[in-house]
Design a protein around this ligand. Structure first.
Ligand SMILES: [Zn+2]
Length: 223
Protein backbone atom coordinates (compact mmCIF):
# COMPACT_ATOMS: atom_id res chain seq x y z
CA UNK A 1 0.00 0.00 0.00
CA UNK A 2 1.26 3.45 -0.86
CA UNK A 3 1.47 5.39 2.41
CA UNK A 4 2.42 8.66 0.78
CA UNK A 5 -1.10 9.25 -0.61
CA UNK A 6 -2.81 8.89 2.78
CA UNK A 7 -3.06 12.07 4.79
CA UNK A 8 -3.33 12.06 8.58
CA UNK A 9 -6.28 13.85 10.27
CA UNK A 10 -3.97 16.71 11.28
CA UNK A 11 -2.79 17.11 7.69
CA UNK A 12 -6.40 17.25 6.50
CA UNK A 13 -7.43 19.83 9.10
CA UNK A 14 -4.32 21.99 8.68
CA UNK A 15 -3.26 21.61 5.04
CA UNK A 16 -1.17 24.78 5.34
CA UNK A 17 1.12 23.14 7.93
CA UNK A 18 3.86 20.79 6.75
CA UNK A 19 4.07 17.65 8.88
CA UNK A 20 5.98 15.58 6.30
CA UNK A 21 6.62 15.67 2.58
CA UNK A 22 4.27 13.48 0.56
CA UNK A 23 6.73 11.54 -1.57
CA UNK A 24 7.67 7.97 -2.35
CA UNK A 25 11.34 8.93 -2.69
CA UNK A 26 13.52 7.68 0.15
CA UNK A 27 14.30 11.14 1.49
CA UNK A 28 14.22 12.09 5.17
CA UNK A 29 14.17 15.64 6.53
CA UNK A 30 16.10 15.82 9.80
CA UNK A 31 15.31 18.87 11.91
CA UNK A 32 17.06 20.25 15.01
CA UNK A 33 15.38 22.76 17.31
CA UNK A 34 16.44 25.22 20.01
CA UNK A 35 20.01 26.02 18.91
CA UNK A 36 22.40 27.50 18.17
CA UNK A 37 24.43 26.15 21.07
CA UNK A 38 28.17 26.76 21.14
CA UNK A 39 28.86 23.33 22.62
CA UNK A 40 26.38 20.94 21.06
CA UNK A 41 25.55 22.42 17.64
CA UNK A 42 29.15 21.98 16.34
CA UNK A 43 29.04 18.32 17.42
CA UNK A 44 25.79 17.78 15.52
CA UNK A 45 27.23 19.56 12.46
CA UNK A 46 30.33 17.39 12.57
CA UNK A 47 28.28 14.14 12.65
CA UNK A 48 26.09 15.35 9.78
CA UNK A 49 29.23 16.14 7.80
CA UNK A 50 30.65 12.65 8.44
CA UNK A 51 27.54 11.13 6.87
CA UNK A 52 27.13 13.82 4.19
CA UNK A 53 23.66 14.50 5.59
CA UNK A 54 21.87 17.84 5.22
CA UNK A 55 19.35 18.97 7.82
CA UNK A 56 17.26 21.94 8.93
CA UNK A 57 17.94 23.96 12.08
CA UNK A 58 15.08 25.83 13.77
CA UNK A 59 16.75 28.67 15.55
CA UNK A 60 15.80 30.30 18.83
CA UNK A 61 16.28 34.05 18.29
CA UNK A 62 17.52 34.86 21.80
CA UNK A 63 20.42 32.41 21.41
CA UNK A 64 21.79 33.93 18.20
CA UNK A 65 23.89 36.76 19.75
CA UNK A 66 25.97 34.18 21.69
CA UNK A 67 26.80 32.13 18.59
CA UNK A 68 26.22 34.05 15.34
CA UNK A 69 29.02 32.22 13.50
CA UNK A 70 27.19 28.91 13.81
CA UNK A 71 24.38 30.11 11.55
CA UNK A 72 26.73 30.90 8.70
CA UNK A 73 28.47 27.57 9.31
CA UNK A 74 25.09 25.82 8.95
CA UNK A 75 24.28 27.54 5.66
CA UNK A 76 27.83 27.11 4.34
CA UNK A 77 27.56 23.38 4.99
CA UNK A 78 24.27 23.14 3.09
CA UNK A 79 21.75 23.06 5.92
CA UNK A 80 18.51 25.04 6.14
CA UNK A 81 17.82 27.66 8.75
CA UNK A 82 14.31 28.10 10.11
CA UNK A 83 12.71 30.47 12.61
CA UNK A 84 11.72 29.04 16.03
CA UNK A 85 10.54 32.27 17.65
CA UNK A 86 12.63 34.53 19.85
CA UNK A 87 12.11 33.58 23.50
CA UNK A 88 10.65 30.07 23.11
CA UNK A 89 7.47 30.90 24.99
CA UNK A 90 4.39 29.01 23.78
CA UNK A 91 2.94 31.38 21.16
CA UNK A 92 -0.41 29.81 20.40
CA UNK A 93 -2.39 31.69 23.06
CA UNK A 94 -0.57 35.01 22.69
CA UNK A 95 -1.76 38.15 20.91
CA UNK A 96 -1.17 38.28 17.16
CA UNK A 97 1.10 41.29 17.61
CA UNK A 98 3.24 39.38 20.10
CA UNK A 99 3.53 36.39 17.78
CA UNK A 100 4.47 38.63 14.84
CA UNK A 101 7.09 40.40 16.90
CA UNK A 102 8.69 37.11 18.05
CA UNK A 103 8.93 35.91 14.46
CA UNK A 104 10.07 39.21 12.99
CA UNK A 105 12.75 39.75 15.61
CA UNK A 106 14.21 36.30 14.98
CA UNK A 107 14.06 36.75 11.20
CA UNK A 108 16.04 39.97 11.63
CA UNK A 109 18.68 38.31 13.80
CA UNK A 110 19.02 35.37 11.41
CA UNK A 111 19.44 37.75 8.50
CA UNK A 112 22.04 39.73 10.41
CA UNK A 113 23.99 36.59 11.34
CA UNK A 114 24.07 34.84 7.97
CA UNK A 115 22.42 37.07 5.36
CA UNK A 116 19.54 34.67 4.90
CA UNK A 117 15.81 35.31 4.85
CA UNK A 118 14.29 32.19 6.46
CA UNK A 119 11.49 30.36 4.63
CA UNK A 120 10.49 28.08 7.48
CA UNK A 121 8.86 28.62 10.86
CA UNK A 122 8.30 26.11 13.63
CA UNK A 123 6.33 27.35 16.65
CA UNK A 124 7.85 26.49 20.05
CA UNK A 125 6.49 23.15 21.38
CA UNK A 126 4.77 22.65 18.01
CA UNK A 127 1.74 24.51 19.39
CA UNK A 128 -0.19 26.76 17.03
CA UNK A 129 -3.66 28.09 16.29
CA UNK A 130 -5.33 28.78 12.92
CA UNK A 131 -4.69 32.55 13.18
CA UNK A 132 -0.99 31.78 12.90
CA UNK A 133 -1.46 30.84 9.23
CA UNK A 134 -1.84 34.47 8.19
CA UNK A 135 0.91 35.65 10.51
CA UNK A 136 3.47 33.24 9.13
CA UNK A 137 2.40 33.75 5.52
CA UNK A 138 2.63 37.53 5.95
CA UNK A 139 6.31 36.99 6.77
CA UNK A 140 6.71 34.61 3.84
CA UNK A 141 7.20 31.59 6.10
CA UNK A 142 6.00 28.03 5.73
CA UNK A 143 4.99 26.48 9.06
CA UNK A 144 6.72 23.16 9.62
CA UNK A 145 6.00 20.62 12.36
CA UNK A 146 7.06 16.95 12.14
CA UNK A 147 5.63 13.46 11.82
CA UNK A 148 8.42 11.56 13.59
CA UNK A 149 9.26 12.58 17.14
CA UNK A 150 12.59 11.32 18.51
CA UNK A 151 11.38 12.43 21.98
CA UNK A 152 14.96 13.46 22.68
CA UNK A 153 13.76 16.46 24.73
CA UNK A 154 12.53 14.16 27.51
CA UNK A 155 15.24 13.84 30.09
CA UNK A 156 14.85 10.11 30.57
CA UNK A 157 15.07 9.29 26.86
CA UNK A 158 18.29 7.36 26.33
CA UNK A 159 20.29 7.31 23.10
CA UNK A 160 18.92 3.80 22.48
CA UNK A 161 15.35 5.05 22.91
CA UNK A 162 16.02 7.89 20.46
CA UNK A 163 17.41 5.46 17.88
CA UNK A 164 14.37 3.20 18.29
CA UNK A 165 11.83 6.05 18.26
CA UNK A 166 13.18 7.27 14.94
CA UNK A 167 13.98 4.03 13.13
CA UNK A 168 10.62 2.41 13.86
CA UNK A 169 8.69 5.39 12.43
CA UNK A 170 10.66 6.81 9.51
CA UNK A 171 9.08 6.57 6.06
CA UNK A 172 9.83 8.33 2.76
CA UNK A 173 9.28 12.08 3.25
CA UNK A 174 9.33 11.98 7.06
CA UNK A 175 10.21 15.14 8.96
CA UNK A 176 12.06 14.08 12.12
CA UNK A 177 12.18 16.17 15.29
CA UNK A 178 15.47 16.41 17.22
CA UNK A 179 17.07 19.06 19.43
CA UNK A 180 20.65 20.33 19.14
CA UNK A 181 20.41 22.02 22.53
CA UNK A 182 19.01 21.18 25.95
CA UNK A 183 19.61 18.96 28.97
CA UNK A 184 19.37 15.69 27.05
CA UNK A 185 21.44 16.72 24.03
CA UNK A 186 24.30 14.30 24.84
CA UNK A 187 21.87 11.43 24.16
CA UNK A 188 20.85 12.95 20.82
CA UNK A 189 24.51 13.27 19.84
CA UNK A 190 25.15 9.68 20.87
CA UNK A 191 22.13 8.41 18.92
CA UNK A 192 22.71 10.31 15.67
CA UNK A 193 25.48 8.21 14.05
CA UNK A 194 23.49 4.97 14.50
CA UNK A 195 20.35 6.58 13.07
CA UNK A 196 22.19 7.97 10.05
CA UNK A 197 24.03 4.71 9.40
CA UNK A 198 20.84 2.61 9.55
CA UNK A 199 18.87 4.95 7.32
CA UNK A 200 21.69 5.14 4.78
CA UNK A 201 21.75 1.33 4.75
CA UNK A 202 18.01 1.39 4.05
CA UNK A 203 18.65 3.65 1.04
CA UNK A 204 17.55 6.97 2.53
CA UNK A 205 19.17 10.33 1.88
CA UNK A 206 18.89 13.49 3.99
CA UNK A 207 17.77 16.82 2.55
CA UNK A 208 17.35 20.32 3.91
CA UNK A 209 13.77 21.65 3.84
CA UNK A 210 14.47 25.08 2.36
CA UNK A 211 15.55 23.56 -0.93
CA UNK A 212 12.09 22.08 -1.25
CA UNK A 213 10.39 25.43 -0.83
CA UNK A 214 12.77 27.23 -3.14
CA UNK A 215 11.94 24.68 -5.84
CA UNK A 216 8.22 24.94 -5.08
CA UNK A 217 8.33 28.74 -5.36
CA UNK A 218 10.32 28.56 -8.59
CA UNK A 219 7.70 26.18 -10.02
CA UNK A 220 4.83 28.43 -8.89
CA UNK A 221 6.47 31.50 -10.38
CA UNK A 222 7.06 29.68 -13.65
CA UNK A 223 3.38 28.77 -13.99
ZN1 LIG B 1 11.80 24.30 20.77
Amino acid sequence: MNDSVFFSPAEKIFPWVLFRVPTEARIVFLTFDDGPDVHSTPQVLSILKDFRAKASFFIKGEKIPAAPGLLSQCTREGHSIGNHGFSHVPLWLRKKSFISEEIQRTNGLIHQACGLQPLLFRPPYGRFRPAMKKISEAQNLQMVLWNVDSRDYKEKTSAQDIVRNVLTSVKPGSVVLFHDSGKNVSQTIQALPAILRHLLDRGFSFSPLSELFRLKKLRENAQ
